[in-house]
Design a protein around this ligand. Structure first.
Ligand SMILES: Nc1ncnc2c1ncn2[C@@H]1O[C@H](COP(=O)(O)OP(=O)(O)O)[C@@H](O)[C@H]1O
Ligand SMILES: [Mg+2]
Length: 305
């Protein structure tokens, strides 16, 4: 029987997901909430005005419209427990639970998780007091120059500082001036890593992983790899920076280890797991996890499958 799907989100990522899912003969219709101009009335795809912030209204809508599966695009509804609430109401949903989404929604949780499970990552410390964070920056035995708001900050909560002064200023901006609101109540201060940055995503059912082709972002604002870092000015996939051998290593030492660790801790990870990695001279290190497809990585990944 053909299924009606509901994709949650409004980006290029959700357009891609709807476009690809609509190609399946098993799928009768793809609704997107709230969607965008690209997902409005395009073959099997159309936008829906259902509220995505009220999970019980959303569950009711899914039942009334015979939605057979909800696919959640962005991190905010995942961290807010959309998957938990829809599943509790009997609506099948693809994505991690709120607890599992902590891998993205709390950088201090994810760094501590990596340490507990021996997953390679930059040296770090987390703070809830700005003075303590600044003294650490001034005395750490490595260049502690990356300052991160621990919570969700729409990809804008990380400052890669050029010196200790700038790093301390970033701490004050985040913790005293609250530039990222409550996302900055805890900050993670991290060792500066150098190397090529790549994104490795996989699907997981909570036990095993199935990696997607590795992607790389155009991170810097300007041509010639110049200017400040951005959330991604575009992307390409597959990237030549990741050989089959390296992908196998990432699969074993990062992706599978993470899924195993989450299962062991009683918060199995189901959905798309995204590892942001730095390929350093000392080997690969995880910069962060995301609990969903990347935008724009999702759009270029489609070309490879
Ligand atoms: N330890 C680090 N060393 C060097 N650059 C970093 C480090 N951590 C993050 N960055 C840079 O900052 C960007 C954003 O950091 P990330 O941890 O991915 O957070 P978010 O995507 O939530 O903003 C990364 O894509 C990377 O370019
Ligand atoms: Mg990132």
């Amino acid at each position: 029987m053909a299924v009606r799907l509901l994709v949650i989100g409004s980006g290029g990522r959700e357009h891609t997901l709807a476009w690809k899912l609509a190609q399946s003969p098993h799928i009768q219709q793809v609704l997107v909430a709230p969607g965008n101009a690209g997902t409005a009335n395009c073959g099997k795809i159309s936008n829906s005005e259902v509220s995505v912030s009220n999970h019980s209204i959303l569950a009711q809508f899914c039942k009334e419209h015979s939605v057979g599966l909800v696919v959640v695009g962005p991190e905010v509804p995942l961290a807010a427990g959309m998957v938990d609430d829809l599943q509790a109401a009997g609506v099948p949903c693809f994505g991690p639970s709120a607890k599992a989404a902590q891998l993205e929604a709390s950088k201090s949780f994810s760094k501590a998780f990596m340490d507990r499970h021996g997953i390679p990552t930059a040296n770090w410390c987390s703070f809830t007091d700005p003075q303590e964070a600044c003294s650490y920056i001034r005395t750490a035995s490595f260049p502690a120059l990356v300052v991160k708001a621990s919570g969700l900050a729409a990809g804008k909560g990380v400052i890669v500082a050029k010196d200790q002064e700038e790093a301390c200023q970033a701490v004050l901006d985040i913790m005293k001036d609250k530039t990222f609101g409550s996302a900055g109540e805890t900050v993670v201060v991290e060792e500066l890593l150098e190397g090529e940055e790549v994104s490795c995503l996989c699907f997981s059912d909570g036990c095993s992983v199935s990696p997607m082709p590795p992607a790389q972002d155009h991170k810097r604002l300007q041509d010639g790899d110049l200017g400040p870092n951005t959330g991604g000015m575009g992307a390409y996939c597959p990237t030549p920076q990741v050989s089959q051998e390296l992908l196998q290593q990432i699969r074993e030492t990062v992706l599978q280890k993470t899924v195993d660790g989450m299962k062991e801790e009683g918060t199995p990870y189901v959905g798309v797991l995204y590892a942001g990695l730095m390929l350093t001279k000392q080997g690969l290190k995880v910069l962060e996890f995301n609990c969903r497809f990347g935008d724009p990585e999702c759009q270029v990944g489609k070309l490879c499958v």
